[in-house]
Design a protein around this ligand. Structure first.
Ligand SMILES: *Cc1c(COP(=O)(O)O)cnc(C)c1O
Length: 487
């Protein structure tokens, strides 16, 4: 076995005589710091910055930049997250100075072009989702959920139905759904699901009553199955006067194929940073626009963008609005990328993207089902869930860690909660046959290793800069700072 040499931190490379730059003596006289000293603001000791050579600095940052796995470095089938390739063209576009340098407080008469971008995007998204009006303000999926729930609350308050304090959430829902409902002050009632993750209609029927404000649903659900009984669900929910809310983070599965508005949903949020060309992960800027049917229009957050004689302006005069929910009108660059992506693909292109996403997911499902049990064995939409329960106590976490050794980002594991040893795989439409086949080959290899050499799996990963960490310890007491004396 070769000895493992752990890489040096930049602080450890530091040496007193090392320097990256030698500047000529300054001709500017040194200022006295008496004022700072008097205020006791002057630092007493020299900061412990590393002193390294230029080549060390360059190598330090270059090496760091390769430590992270991204969509641009390899396959990233992270279920529910839609880590698809985002065309670089969209990035170039938002860097054009007339977009990037416009001041957010520029008066509308000087920023008609930017406002037109907002308006066009609102209209495209309304068309794609089958909604009547959109707001682009929310900055993330969960933020969109909260916005929609506040709209639902405002609607029922306006009607005087203050008894509607409950939100129905299926067990298969994304964790943000109950969290957002709780944040908006609702009581969460859980709806059970069958083995395909589909809503248990009988249970739903027993739960709908005059106290319910809405059902939050994602379709396809988190197992990748389409709710075929959606029209029955719609009737059940609406028959008691409640609203139907669509978690549209998974729109990648249905663009151009079916619309939430046509399925009977009253409100929807989208994740532009999943479906519409913004790279994401690590909490980068996002966009979670919310669409509503026209009877909810008056409750949308202010401002709304109104058009009179082809001039766009901000309208704050909306007495029933839920108010402002973020700075300005959302993340402009993310919104612009989404518009650029929609226009580049066009209607047929968006439909093709969804069709290809579904095709890729089903290809992987069929190829893997010989080795792994699939949670919902029917045809899936853009993703599917398998049970990574292998011989010799090998579990989903071991499979995930082993995939890291092969330069593959593991799928989402242990979600949805209703599937034991869940592994949720979303290949997306941007991966080709070669990548999918390579992934299958690695999954088969892991299946064989579980029987023949399980220790490879239980101690994986071997090839990554950091070996397996104690997940609990890493989350509860992370050591994020270096100090010369390690504790
Ligand atoms: C990602 C996701 C969300 C939350 O979106 P964020 O932008 O991370 O807040 C909500 N619902 C579903 C189904 C998702 O996949």
């Amino acid at each position: 076995m070769t000895e493992k040499i752990s890489p040096q931190l930049i602080f450890e490379k530091s040496g007193a005589q090392k320097q990256a730059w030698l500047l000529p003596p300054s001709s500017v006289p040194v200022q006295s710091f008496t004022e700072l000293t008097a205020l006791n603001l002057l630092r007493k000791e020299v900061l412990n910055f590393p002193e390294v050579t230029e080549s060390d600095v360059v190598r330090h940052y270059t090496n760091l930049s390769t430590r992270n796995h991204g969509v641009d470095s390899g396959f990233y089938p992270l279920g529910s997250c839609t880590m698809k390739y985002n065309p670089k063209f969209n990035e170039d576009l938002v860097k054009i100075p007339s977009f990037s340098e416009i001041h957010p407080l520029a008066p509308p008469e000087q920023s008609q072009g930017s406002l037109r971008i907002f308006k066009d995007l609102e209209q495209y998204l309304a068309e794609i989702t089958g909604m009547d009006h959109m707001t682009l303000q929310p900055a993330a999926g969960a933020h969109g959920e909260l916005t929609a729930l506040l709209i639902i609350q405002a609607y029922f308050r306006d009607k005087g139905e203050t008894n509607r304090t409950k939100i129905l959430v299926p067990t298969s829902a994304h964790g943000t759904n109950p969290a957002s409902a709780a944040m908006a002050g609702f009581e969460i009632i859980t709806v059970t699901c069958n083995s395909n993750g589909l809503v248990d209609l009988e249970h739903l029927q027993n739960l709908v009553n005059q106290d319910v404000a809405a059902l939050m649903l994602t379709n396809p659900n988190t197992l990748g199955s389409f709710e075929r009984e959606i029209t029955t669900i719609e009737k059940l929910v609406h028959s008691c006067g409640a609203l139907l809310y669509y978690d549209g983070a998974n729109l990648n599965a249905i663009m151009g194929l079916v619309r939430p508005g046509d399925m009977g949903f009253d409100l929807v949020h989208l994740n532009l940073h999943k479906t519409f060309a913004t790279p994401h992960g690590s909490g980068g800027p996002g966009a979670g626009p919310v669409g509503v049917k026209s009877f909810l229009n008056q409750f949308l957050p202010v401002p709304v963008l109104t058009e009179t004689e082809q001039l766009l302006s901000w309208n704050y005069d909306r007495p029933k609005s839920i108010g402002k929910i973020s700075g300005f009108y959302g993340n402009f660059a993310v919104l612009l990328k989404a518009l650029s992506y929609i226009k580049a693909l066009g209607g047929p292109g968006l439909t093709q993207a969804s069709r290809d996403a579904i095709l890729n997911a089903n290809y992987l499902r069929i190829r893997l089902q010989e080795y792994y049990e699939i949670a919902a064995p029917d045809t899936c939409m853009h993703e599917f869930v398998l049970k990574a329960k292998l011989p010799n106590h090998i579990r989903a976490i071991d499979v995930a860690k082993r995939l890291l050794d092969f330069g593959i980002h593991p799928p989402t594991i242990y979600f949805p909660l209703i599937v034991p040893e869940a592994m949720m795989i979303e290949p997306t439409e941007t991966e080709n046959r070669f990548t999918l086949d390579s992934f299958v080959a690695r999954m088969i290899q892991i299946y064989t290793e579980a029987a023949e050499s399980p220790e490879i799996l239980s101690t994986a990963p071997q090839n990554t800069p950091v070996a397996r960490v104690d997940e609990t310890e890493a989350a509860r007491s992370p050591r994020l700072r270096w100090s010369p004396v390690q504790d």
